[in-house]
Design a protein around this ligand. Structure first.
Ligand code: ATP
Length: 359
């Protein structure tokens, strides 16, 4: 591998507990990767291994092809942003953004007010820093807000200051751990677009750690799905959504949980399933006039743009169907027939691995 930042066959154990289990993951130059998984699966530990905040038990970490397994966090020059991004409340936006550069470039004495009057070296350092702050604040549309204090900014603007502060020192990569979890729904959607745009403008490799599939699907070039310390699938958002590698990934991804029909029931819907279980997304399971799977409508729940039917199929199997638009809705208690387009069916073998369904 010769990518920008990579973990190669990395394992991390805490005592006898394996938090990260032999994973390989590469952030290519300019790429946006999301590491997606449920709470406790090992995402944050993986991010910390990339950053150098945690040492690997086994395996290698590579930065631009160089082995940095033993290098400290500061030697790797990786920018980080966490869920809570405390800005310095008494400093202006400009001073907040400049802080990482000041901490790195200037000694404690040089950081004292007025020090630039004493030394020409400090003065040119100061000018470099102002230049970097200007560039970053223009990129993040903060140039009109440089003299304000964090308390005079909206939540979204504060978030952008935190991003600017993380990126100002020209990092080798940018790692974000659940940066959106404290935001309300609308700000979250806006910030997704914002982060995606910042990625495109800066071109740094980004790694986003999230448990929220919408974050991953909407922002990333590639998604790595993590479960119990292992990476179970890596692919584009469309690949992960349309061709999940396992039944676990299939039921994890998707706003509405995928229906799984065990082999016996699956055969009643589609003849040539040859012993496979069938997965059908609720949006793809519809009411048909003939030839479908018999089911009883248990509940009909209206959600505005969509209506969710909870149904009971053969062997009391619980199924869900999501109807969009103004389709004629059945009544609770009604008997219906369910069908799905063949292209929308996902086959899984008895180990839960994706398998081809015979046509
Ligand atoms: P969340 O989304 O809840 O933060 P996560 O997927 O980021 O979860 P990690 O924080 O990476 O998960 O933790 C993975 C597992 O490793 C958890 O079971 C956690 O308890 C364990 N773990 C993490 N850090 C340590 C540590 N320093 N010592 C012992 N166990 C740890």
């Amino acid at each position: 591998m010769n990518g920008s930042l990579a973990l190669e066959n990395v394992t991390k154990r805490f005592g006898s507990f394996t938090a990260v289990d032999n994973i390989s993951l590469e952030l290519k130059e300019g790429e946006f990767v999301a590491l997606l998984g449920a709470s406790g699966c090992g995402k944050s530990t993986t991010l910390r291994l990339f950053a150098g905040l945690e040492t690997v038990t086994e395996g290698d970490v590579k930065l631009q092809g160089r082995d940095v397994t033993k290098a400290s966090a500061s030697e790797r020059n990786i920018a980080l942003m966490f869920q809570s991004y405390a800005l310095y409340p008494h400093l202006t936006v400009a001073q907040n953004i400049a802080m990482p550069l000041k901490l790195r470039r200037l000694s404690a004495v040089q950081r004292l007010p007025g020090a630039h009057l004493l030394s020409a070296g400090v003065k040119s350092q100061e000018e470099d820093i102002q230049q970097a702050v200007k560039k970053m604040s223009e990129m993040l549309r903060l140039d009109q807000l440089l003299d304000r204090k964090p308390g005079q900014l909206s939540g979204g603007q504060q978030q952008r200051v935190a991003l600017a502060r993380a990126l100002v020192r020209d990092p080798s990569a940018f790692l974000l751990d659940e940066p959106l979890s404290n935001l309300d729904t609308q700000l979250r959607a806006e910030t997704r677009e914002e982060i995606r745009a910042i990625h495109q403008r800066t071109g740094y490799p980004f790694l986003l750690v999230t448990h929220d599939q919408s974050d991953a699907l909407s922002m990333a070039d590639r998604i790595a799905v993590m479960m119990a310390g292992k990476i179970v699938q890596v692919g584009t958002p469309a690949e992960i959504f349309n061709t999940p590698a396992t039944q676990e990934v299939a039921t994890f991804i998707g706003h509405h949980r995928m229906n799984i029909l065990p082999a016996g029931v699956a055969q009643q819907l589609h003849e040539s399933t040859s012993g496979l279980s069938l997965g059908i997304r609720p949006e793809e399971l519809t009411i048909v006039q003939e030839g479908g799977l018999p089911a009883t409508v248990d509940t009909v729940t209206f959600h505005g743009e969509e209506t969710i039917l909870k149904l009971r199929g053969p062997n009391d199997l619980v199924l869900r169907s999501v109807l969009r638009g103004r389709s004629d809705l059945p009544n609770e208690g009604e008997q219906v027939l369910l069908g799905a387009n063949r292209n929308a069916l996902h086959g899984f073998d008895s180990d839960g691995k994706r398998a081809e369904i015979a046509k």
